[in-house]
Design a protein around this ligand. Structure first.
Ligand code: HEM
Length: 405
């Protein structure tokens, strides 16, 4: 059984494929150690149901707190790796709480609503390219991949343009502080507090002056007399903002990098835009913008692959490893936009399947489609080895992606 450290796991950014392949080949279940306790990583595709659908695992940390505290008296976990424990949102609840919250938010977040956003998303993307087109060069991260998802989620939630930089900064600090060593998550907590204060003001404003924003809809949404409490509203909006942009930034930036590294695939896509939806699915699979699932905790001892995952242990599912499992995907480390049977798990699986998947798909299709259509001579402006990736966290974020066109 391999034993690796969390920092080793989080440092695999530039080319994570050999690292995850090695882990998967050693064992579908790898133990790693953090803050005096065991955590487990599942790496094979066919384990998705085990962790993402098995009711013996919970996303609600508080249910296993007594078991962990008993084993480890200095268990500081909640303050550093789960800073959102103060309230309830979809990614830290189980049924029936999760079912209730998801029913309420889904009402205000339907696929029909997302489809209606297409013209606005296209207009935004065109605006970002208009601003750089004459320059002949840009940082694809800062000039296109970052601003688009931020503008889309802000538009949706009714967040004023002048405030968008603030929550981008807070989100980055929070995401990067995930997985921080004990005592080093302080900046994440400070950013979260500032973020929460901001969301409270937004909710007060939208309650007093309702408009057609998602925030106003969430304030008013009702199902059989049930509504979201103020804490739930804050938590939900926090989740939508954080889950809704950093991930999509990665789909656009890492997806474009993958196409630049596979010019034959880029040519194919340029020649036939009807391939775009399938290409975005392949880029979701290959780049896996969210590398690891959120944490789950065992509610009881669970024997698996000759090991025992003890009650209270944390388990995470390596989405990137599953998405490149050769048992499921032939030639998994190759981008093939014509790939068939592409049942990737980039958006997770089961009851926590990404609520924003339809939006992320539309944003990815519009961003990548527009870049290819408007910039026929797009080239990487540096050696891929010189690209830098943000440290920490379970996402793969490029610091920048310089291109010429
Ligand atoms: C859940 C990935 C974009 C909102 C998830 C999960 C994954 C994921 C893997 C499940 C996590 C787990 O089970 O541990 C992605 C990727 C995206 C993306 C790869 C972009 C390419 C978005 C967007 C939004 C969003 C744009 C909202 C505007 C959510 C929410 C959940 C979620 C609310 C929790 C669902 C639940 O627990 O019921 N996402 N996401 N995501 N995502 Fe996304």
């Amino acid at each position: 059984m391999a034993q690796i450290s969390l920092s080793e796991l989080f440092s695999q950014k530039h080319n994570p494929y050999p690292f995850y392949a090695q882990l998967r080949e050693q064992s579908p279940l790898t133990r790693f150690h953090w803050m005096g306790t065991d955590m487990w990583l599942l790496t094979s595709y066919d384990q998705a149901a085990t962790i993402l659908k098995d009711p013996r695992f919970t996303m609600d940390w508080q249910k296993v707190q007594p078991a962990r505290a008993k084993r480890n008296s200095s268990d500081e976990a909640p303050s550093s790796y789960m800073p959102l424990a103060w309230s309830k949102h979809l990614l830290n609840t189980d049924p029936p709480d999760h079912t209730r919250l998801r029913t309420l938010v889904s009402k205000a977040f339907t696929p029909r609503m997302i489809e209606q956003l297409r013209p606005r998303i296209q207009q935004l993307m065109d605006g970002f390219l208009d601003a750089v087109q004459a320059r002949g060069e840009m940082d694809l991260v800062a000039d296109a991949a970052v601003p688009l998802p931020i503008a889309v989620i802000s538009d949706l939630l009714g967040i004023p343009v002048e405030d968008r930089k603030l929550f981008r900064t807070w989100t980055q600090i929070i995401v990067q502080s995930q997985g921080a060593a004990p005592g080093q998550g302080a900046s994440g907590l400070e950013a979260e507090k500032a973020f929460v204060r901001y969301i409270k003001t937004l909710i007060t404003d939208k309650s007093a002056h309702p408009d057609d924003s998602l925030t106003s809809q969430l304030v008013q949404v009702e199902e059989k007399g049930d509504r979201l409490s103020e804490d739930e509203l804050i938590s939900m909006i926090f989740l939508l903002i954080t889950a809704g942009h950093e991930t999509t930034v990665n789909l656009i930036a890492n997806g474009m990098l993958a196409l630049l590294e596979y010019p034959d695939q880029m040519r194919l896509l340029r020649a036939d835009s009807s391939l775009l939806p399938g290409a975005v699915e392949e880029l979701l699979r290959y780049t896996s913008p969210v590398t690891l699932s959120g944490p789950r905790w065992a509610l009881e001892d669970v024997p698996l692959h000759g090991q025992v995952i003890h009650k209270g242990d944390m388990v995470r599912y390596a989405l990137l490893a599953a998405n490149t499992d050769p048992q499921q995907f032939p030639d998994p480390d190759v981008v093939d936009i014509l790939r068939r049977e592409n049942q990737h798990v980039a958006f997770g699986k089961g009851i926590h399947f990404c609520l924003g998947a339809p939006l992320a798909r539309v944003e990815g299709q519009i961003a990548i489609g527009t870049l290819l259509r408007r910039l026929p001579h797009l080239r990487l402006a540096c050696d891929p080895q010189q690209l830098t990736w943000k440290e920490g966290g379970s996402l793969r974020n490029l610091v920048s992606l310089p291109v010429t066109f």
